[in-house]
Design a binder for this molecule. Structure first.
Ligand code: DAH
Length: 337
């Protein structure tokens, strides 16, 4: 049985442990060691009943005093540790942390508006794969092997004989294989060409192709649709003209120019002092393409067009370096809020 001096020894040990405790957990351990149900001081108090009265008084008083002292000391220790913890100053008058509002990438917004112009004229939207076969990208579009027109489109070839599509026009073939006329769709997407990257050209860019195939479609329908689109996209007072051109998959082929929206046709740096801006390629779908997908090219005719999204975005926003679109520099993108 512990005597008074042992109880005092226990207390002294506990007090010195409390002094050097550095965490709440340390204090808890000391409490458990001495004051829990099986703790050292509790055990002394529990065994008092077996002692003769005199001893009981003496040891009981010492043990009780030790318990009270220890409890107070634990309380003080807890306060000391709490006070030593770093406090986080809360100042409710500080201004809030400002979150920057993002902006839609200029290519995305131009792409969306281009599509919207045609969707409003009743065009559906279709997508095709970026990884294409030579057949869809070239052959079905009347680019025979070794045809010089293939040189217009430097191609990335991929292992296994596939290639990265050089335009979105192959989707036209895929759709015409699946859907019977009348068909009227636009086909937005990424396109790839093996070009040296410069301010004017990139190896990755975007196009929106579109076409209509039905009975009795003429060049007048093409003009009507594209003129309406130009008024929607560039404004009511825009003037439009066709210039003859060549694409293997259209006959006749044309390019469409609009009056420069910066100088209104007077001539400026944007239009290289011509007053006109070239904005898309188009034409009547070559009968070869139609019969290739099993359509009767005597019965059906169609028009098609293809727009370069970067070019339109560069013209619209006065961007002089195409590489800016793909660098994702937040200072660039933020300007298009
Ligand atoms: N595919 C052509 C290109 O990438 C653009 C084009 C021209 C698409 C005329 C068409 C079209 O659908 O009819 O240069």
């Amino acid at each position: 049985m512990a005597g008074v001096s042992e109880i005092e020894q226990m207390l002294a040990e506990a007090l010195s442990a409390i002094k050097s405790a550095s965490s709440i957990k340390d204090l808890d351990d000391i409490r458990i060691q001495h004051l829990s149900r099986k703790g050292r001081i509790t055990s002394v108090l529990k065994s008092l009943k077996d002692l003769p009265l005199e001893k009981r008084k003496e040891i009981g008083a010492a043990a009780n005093k030790a318990r009270v002292t220890l409890e107070q000391s634990l309380k003080d220790g807890l306060e000391r540790i709490r006070a030593a913890r770093p406090t986080i100053a809360v100042d409710p008058t500080l201004p809030g942390i400002r979150h920057r509002v993002g902006a839609i990438h200029p290519l995305t917004s131009v792409m969306n508006r281009l599509c919207e112009g045609f969707i409003r004229m009743g065009f559906g939207v279709a997508k095709g794969p970026d990884l294409e076969t030579d057949y869809y990208n070239f052959e079905a579009l009347n680019f025979p092997p070794d045809h010089p027109a293939r040189d217009m489109q430097d191609t990335f070839y991929v292992e296994g004989g596939k290639l990265l599509r050089t335009h979105t026009t192959p989707v036209q073939v895929r759709i015409l294989e699946m859907q019977k006329p009348p068909v009227k769709v636009i086909m937005p997407g990424k396109t790839y060409r093996n070009e040296t990257v410069s301010a004017r050209a990139h190896c990755i860019f975007h196009q929106v192709d579109g076409f209509l195939v039905d009975e009795g479609v003429t060049m007048a329908d093409l003009k009507g649709a594209l003129f309406a689109f130009c008024r929607y996209f560039f404004g009511e007072d825009v003037k439009v003209k066709f210039r003859t051109s060549f694409f293997p998959f259209t006959e006749p082929s044309a390019e469409l120019d609009i009056t420069c929206f910066l100088c209104k046709g007077k001539g400026c740096a944007l239009c290289k002092y011509s007053g006109w801006l070239e904005i898309l390629g188009c034409g009547m779908i070559d009968p070869f393409v139609l019969s290739n997908v099993g359509l009767d090219s005597e019965k059906y005719t169609g028009y098609a067009f293809g727009i370069g999204v970067e070019r339109i975005a560069m013209l619209k926003y006065g961007i002089t370096d195409i590489r800016l679109f793909f660098e994702n520099d937040i200072r660039f993108i933020r300007q298009f809020k």
